[in-house]
Design a protein around this ligand. Sequence first.
Ligand code: 5GP
Length: 152
Amino acid sequence: MTIFDHLMAGALPASFVHQDEECVAFMDINPITRGHVLVVPRKSVATLDELDADLRGHLWEVARRVGVAQRQALGSLAQHLLVNDGKGASQTVPHVHIHVIPRYGGDTLRTVTRLIWHISLLAAKRRPRENGRDALEALAQRIAAAMPATGG
Ligand code: 5GP
C-alpha cells in the first residue's frame, strides 16, 4: 500500500477536489505553488506504463480540467502538468500521479527553483510537511466548485 492508497481509503486526511470511480485529485501537502493538485488513479501502480490507455487518457483529462478550475478559482495564468514517472525520475511516492502546478504572474524564479528541488535527488530525502489543513481544504473547495464538466 502507498501513502496515496491510505489517503483514498480515508485512513489519512486529504483535501479532495475530484473523485470518480477511476481516480481522485487532492491538494499536495507540500505545494510547489499555491493550489498544487495531484491526480492519482485508484489503481496502485508506480508508472504510466502499468495503466491501460483509457485510464491514462482519463487521468490527463481530469488533470486538464483541474487546470481549468485552478485558473477560474485562483486566478492562475497557466499550469505545469508533471509526472515523475518512476524512481529513476526522482519519484518519491511509488503510485503514479500527475502534478497540476498552477503558475501566477511574477513567480518564475521561485517556481523554477522549487521545481528543480522537487526533481532533484534531494527531494527523496525531504519529509512532506503538513502545510495547514484548513488552508488546503479551503483551496480544495474553491477548485472543486470550479471544476468544469467532462469535456468542458
Ligand atoms: P513525486 O516526487 O513522487 O512526484 O511527488 C510526490 C508528491 O506527493 C510530493 O509533491 C509530496 O509533497 C506529495 N505527498 C507526499 N506525501 C503526501 C501526503 O501524505 N499527502 C499529500 N496530500 N501529498 C503528499
